[in-house]
Design a protein. Sequence first.
Lengths: 236, 230, 292
Amino acid sequence: MNDKERDGAKMQQSVAFFEYLIGGAKATALVGGVAYLLAIALGFAAGIARAERIPIARTIAFVYVEIFRGTSLIVQLFWIYYSLPLMGVSISPLMAGCLGIGLNSGAYASEIVRGALLSIPAAQLEAAAALDLNRYQTLRKIVIPQAVREMAPPFGNLSIAILKDTALVSMISIADIAFKAQQLRTFTYNSAGIYSVSLVIYFGMALVLLVTSRTVEYYARPKYQRSWSLFRRAAQ
Amino acid sequence: MTGVLSIDTSSNWAFALSAIPILLHGLVVTVAAASLGFTLALVVGLLFVILRRSRSWLITWPLACFLEFIRDTPLLIQLFFLYYVLPSYGITLPAFLTGAAAIGLQYGAYMAEIYRAGIEAIGRGQWEASVALNLGRRTVYRDVIIPQAIPRIIPALGNCLVSILKETPILYTVSVLEMLNYAIIIGDRTYQYTIPLTLAGALMLIMTTICAYLVRWVELIVPRRGIPLR
Amino acid sequence: MKTNITRRATAGLLLAGLTGVTSTGARAQSTLEKAKRAGFIRGAVHNEPPYAYMTLEGKAAGLGPEVVTAVLARLGITQIDWIVTPFNSLIPGLIAGRWDIVASQQTIFPARCQQVAFAEPTNTALEGLLVKKGNPKNLHSYDDLKKDPDVRVATAAGTTEFNFLHAYGVPDSRILIIANHADGAELVRSGRADAYTLEQPSGNYLLSSGRAEGLEMASPFTIPVVDGKRVISYGATTFRKDDTAFLEAYNKELHAFEQTPEFWSIERKNGFTDESVKLALAMTTAERCAAK
């Protein structure tokens, strides 16, 4: 095989790898998507709870955040995958993956929410009190709408972090891109090609997330603050 | 050590107590790998940020794309790539070093951004004053900019250290005998995963808390105005 | 594989609130009855041709799945959801109820018999050693692995070979534990390991698959001797201990299936000689569990 033929064969092989590996993108997207939604929900719940006056809510939120931010995601995933069934809770690998990443990212999300809530100027809260709005109304009508603008960039970065975390669910038998890459290696020992194509697929998905998050940030700002230079800002 | 695993499964407490020494043995490896990875990342990050600020766009553009690529793709795949692909180019590093290299590479890319943000946070006034004083480029960096940048970036670097510590168990996948690997081995032997994994999680939590306090302590002792580099 | 994900995803999301219900209580029903009513059963394999593996098209192949598919069809179960998982999580997953049957032709081993139940054995295998071509370190037995202090040997997690290495006194620092069978050959080829412990059918399959450049099976090779006996592995399908009704029904149909020519053609197709299979059929699971 001369050089040209060899390159041609390599191209064909890469295309074949791509077609096989892209099948794993479905599981990656599913786990990532569900985990992201779970993280947002938990993030708001825990983030708001930590600013609450009720000690129980604060403590629970605090413990949750410290545990899930202080331990490894892979340990958490294995714990949910191996230990829960032994306690009688039968949970499918997919649910274990979504739950694990969701809980872990939820802890980070709660910090984002908390930071954004704290960044609201005190003047806003004072004005709300002057207008005789109760706590719930203040939160809903005044604080959160302004906080959301602050939260958009970190939540965008969180989505990419979750994408990278999904690779770990291949360790608990979910057929995502990383899992399929390992499978493929049983049949052809071209690790370089397989992993390169996997990385390219992940990067492609990350770029999509990057553009989406920058667009959300762009539209989240009032018209006079919008600037296309947002898109040139490198990811944090 | 695992061949002579003396695990007592008579009761939960006995099990936990006999598992702890084994896990601690692994924790040492985990911390060692994390430290090595962190050090590598500090150096690699510095290299990246210096290259990034080069005047030639032939270097900066591909480098920016490369760094984005490293930052946005999973560490697991990068680790596998280094572990399985490098040997075919003649570089066969032991798993421990390969793991540290993978961590160093990915977190180096993050640190490049942190360094960049730290340097850019130094007000223009400092640069203008340096120009007015006719200081050379290297002198400006060494004596004006970087000493002021260091205290600002310590919290972010500290976060990186804690993240690295938490990601190090990923080395289990390339057969490094660190804490998670031992926890799984114990689990495979006894079919009881709950206790080893919970213990591993608890030990990790203790380590990251110690680490967080360490970072805060460093923040306190570093003078606010900057560390002179001479 | 595609339908597995969709089915699991929809089932998982819809039943998100009901996870707690599927506890051990529900398993009191016979697994066989449940499978027949549901129309499918969950089976697990690891990736090690020719014992059990998943083809790229997502079909389970190899001695284990093919025999299990045939026997379960005779029991009225035609749909099997296969899941691929590392070898060392086959038994834990079975016990945890993540799947109902393991079709990996796992070796019947007393320690395993304490945790799970095996069907009657359907194959035998001898140990082997995968080394670099030319066998540069001259490894021809487990003794050689022990004697040379520079030799690193790779072995899959949870396999009996791991126990044999310990029986021979090979220290942990020289054993590389891998999760996937595919990594063993790669480790030897890259030089990270000097040898990979595997059974001869796996080794022969690897060498004949045309993807084993630079590798060979150590020859001549002395079969390891543990507790005074030459090691012969008997492989069988694995069941949960409390699935006694299922196991009995399975063994009955398996015995009937062994009389058919289809059984023998499956064995031959996967590289198992008639003599080695006859040896397996002459042995009973009870004897193997009690051995040692």
